[in-house]
Every structure is written in structure tokens, then in C-alpha cells.
Design a protein. Structure first.
Length: 320
């Protein structure tokens, strides 16, 4: 007679176990004992979730949870590097940062942080070798005090203290409203259709060759008396005027009564339409201190005669 015995492996166990059983023949005192070695192989885990992602400077937004794969953080301008420490949920999973292997709990450094967004990807590969999850952290370093940023992907309700989504102003006027005299406004590459009255001493710095246009209906820049303004790396275009005085009939691109420095600029495609414009300048009209350095003026029309600029104080290098 044989009595069936059942072997049940230990839950979540992987390795070798020993199982013994005894056989006794019916009607006899004879017995036999057998020892069986059982090797239990657990299926590899598909857990590709980190237990945590920690930043050395400031919190992540939103707070870490393994089901959320995209995070942001902001640091001040004096912070040039941060450390990120990912920790695994499953010790048999593996980590990599931008493709480079990393141990669980080992910090990696984002350096140097440039002003604006700095992106790193942390990938967790599960024990099964097939399941992966990638977590993206974008650390934005803010600009220096007094620096403001305009970018069409931004919003004027943002802080405007760094370039990019979530930080920059959408318009130049939005950044101008936040800036104080003596500040700088960095303008990302794009076309901005705006009519700007500059009442503060500001520096307008183009990044990547932005264009500021009057849209064919307005003057582009008007610089008021008593301010000192610098424009660098911009193309000014699409200005239009049709008034009856110098203030509203001349300088469709730039009308300046203050101190104005122009560097690496293009002034093009402006129209000042009136009898006055024949002496008033279709592109630039200046009654203050104008310092043009490396400026290209072209395709201007001042009716009845083409006068692209008036009252220019040229530096020794001249006007290009």
C-alpha cells in the first residue's frame, strides 16, 4: 500500500530544497526512505519601478511616485550642478542614466547646469531583461538677477526668469513689464509681432536670430527720452507709419529719443508714408545718441523719397 505525499515549494523561494518520504509495504514491517533534491527556479521579476528619485537641491515636481515618469525642478542661478539619486525597488533590476550603468542608490551629477532646461533620463530594466521604464528629470537653472526671457512657448504669467516652457514670458512686452531699468531681456529665436515703447534702460539680446515685427501696421520700437537702450542680434522688420508728425510718421522700424546702441542688427522692410518721411527716415529716426555697430539697413521706403535713417552718429567703424 502506498500513501501519496505532496511536496509544496516555499513561497518566493529560489534555490535547492530537500524532500524525503517513506514507503512501507502493506502487511509488512519493511520500509524504505527516499531523499529527493528539488531545485526551485523562480520566474524573473518584471518590476522596473524605482523606489525613489531624490534631488540634492530642491524638490521634484510632482513628488515622486513610480507611475509618474516626468519631473521638473528649478534651481537658482548660482547653482551650477545637482545630484540625482535613484534607488531600485527590486535589487535584481538594473539602472542606467543616459545609457551609462549606475548602481542603485548611487548619485549621479548634472553638471554644468546651463541657464534654462537641463534634461536627464534614468532607465530601469527589470530582472527579466525585457521590461523597462524611463524617468525624465528636467532641471531648470534660472537666469541671473536682472535677466528676463521671452520665448513663444512661454506664458506672461510665468516668472520669466529662464528660457523654455513653464518659465519664459511669451512676449517681449511681458518681459519688459517685469524688468527694471538696467536689466537684460533675452529673446529666443522666433518672430514676435509687437509694437514696443521702451521707457526703461534695457538690453534686448537676441538668441539665435529672433525677428521683431510691426506686423505691417505699427512702428516696431520707440525709445523714449532719458533711457539708455542696447539692441543686439535682432532683426527689426514690418514697420508701418502714416501720421503727420515726426513722432508718428518717421522711424517705422526704430524711433529713438534716448541713447541707443545697435549691435549685430538687421533693419529691413519698413515704410514711413508721408511728405515728412522724405526727411524723417523709413527705418530709423533718431534725435538722441545713436551708436550703430554692425548694422544692416535695407529695403526701406520713405515716401516721397527713400531715406532709411536720419540723425545717425556714426562710430569710427561706420555703418555697415
Amino acid at each position: 500500500m502506498y500513501k501519496r505525499q505532496v511536496y509544496t515549494p516555499t513561497l518566493n523561494y529560489s534555490g535547492t530544497e530537500f524532500f524525503s518520504y517513506t514507503i512501507r509495504e502493506s502487511g509488512s514491517q519493511l520500509t524504505a526512505t527516499a531523499l529527493i533534491t528539488v531545485t526551485v527556479v523562480k520566474a524573473p521579476s518584471s518590476n522596473a519601478d524605482p523606489a525613489s528619485l531624490a534631488l540634492s537641491s530642491g524638490p521634484l515636481t510632482p513628488a515622486f511616485i513610480s507611475t509618474t515618469t516626468s519631473y521638473t525642478a528649478a534651481v537658482d542661478n548660482l547653482t551650477t550642478s545637482v545630484m540625482v539619486t535613484p534607488t531600485l525597488n527590486d535589487a535584481n533590476a538594473t539602472l542606467s542614466v543616459n545609457g551609462a550603468p549606475l548602481a542603485s542608490g548611487e548619485p549621479y551629477t548634472l553638471t554644468p547646469l546651463t541657464v534654462g532646461p537641463n534634461v536627464r533620463s534614468t532607465t530601469v530594466t527589470a530582472e527579466d531583461g525585457a521590461t523597462q521604464q524611463t524617468y525624465v528629470i528636467t532641471v531648470t537653472r534660472l537666469g541671473a538677477d536682472g535677466d528676463w526671457y521671452a520665448d513663444p512657448v512661454g506664458d506672461n504669467a510665468n516668472s520669466c526668469r529662464a528660457p523654455g516652457v513653464g518659465y519664459a514670458c511669451q512676449t517681449i512686452i511681458g518681459a519688459m513689464d517685469k524688468a527694471a531699468s538696467g536689466n537684460r531681456i533675452f529673446i529666443a529665436a522666433a518672430t514676435y509681432t509687437e509694437s514696443l515703447v521702451v521707457t526703461k534702460s534695457l538690453q534686448f539680446i537676441g538668441v539665435g536670430g529672433p525677428t521683431v515685427s510691426g506686423g505691417g501696421t505699427n512702428r516696431v520700437f520707440s525709445v523714449t527720452t532719458g533711457v539708455d537702450v542696447t539692441m543686439d542680434g535682432l532683426t527689426v522688420t514690418g514697420g508701418w507709419l502714416s501720421g503727420s508728425t515726426p513722432a508718428n510718421r518717421a522711424g517705422a522700424g526704430i524711433y529713438s529719443r534716448g541713447a541707443l546702441t545697435l549691435t549685430n542688427m538687421g533693419i529691413t522692410n519698413k515704410l514711413a508714408s508721408s511728405a515728412f518721411a522724405s526727411t524723417g527716415g523709413g527705418g530709423i529716426y533718431n534725435t538722441g545718441d545713436l551708436r550703430p555697430l554692425d548694422v544692416a539697413i535695407s529695403d526701406h521706403k520713405a515716401r516721397p523719397a527713400p531715406v532709411p535713417y536720419k540723425h545717425l552718429t556714426l562710430p569710427p567703424s561706420g555703418l555697415v
